[in-house]
Design a protein. Structure first.
Length: 122
């Protein structure tokens, strides 16, 4: 499983890229100056690190994602279940719903998801 760790600053920056992509790198510098009060070198340093982690690419001055926000969330979710529940989805679900009631609609949605994904590889 691919492991991706992002700090708070990197995650905020990644969300900004996903919001504006595809975006010219110099436009990204301007946006980061306004949002984060970053200078050009800070923007490019954080961008380079996210590119090295396989989330984004900067080709011909245009920044775009290699991994969508949804794909990233999936990787992080699987990583969480692996690290905290030894990869056991049933253990995760049991912990998640242990102090709440599951509505009939939620139960139906979960059953439907299980049937849909039962024989497929994530």
């Amino acid at each position: 499983m691919q492991k991706i760790e992002l700090g708070e600053v990197q995650e905020r920056f990644a969300n900004l890229i996903w919001e504006y992509e595809p975006v010219k790198s110099m436009d990204l510098v301007k946006i980061c100056k306004e949002r984060f009060e970053w200078n050009k070198s800070t923007t490019f340093t954080v961008l380079r690190k996210l590119c090295e982690k396989g989330l984004f690419k900067n080709e011909n001055g245009t920044v775009s994602s290699v991994m969508s926000k949804e794909e990233f969330a999936g990787v992080k979710s699987r990583q969480f279940v692996q690290e905290h529940f030894k990869g056991s989805l049933p253990a995760f679900l049991a912990a998640f719903i242990s102090d709440k009631t599951v509505s009939e609609k939620e139960a139906d949605e979960i059953r439907s998801m299980i049937e849909e994904y039962k024989n497929s590889a994530f």
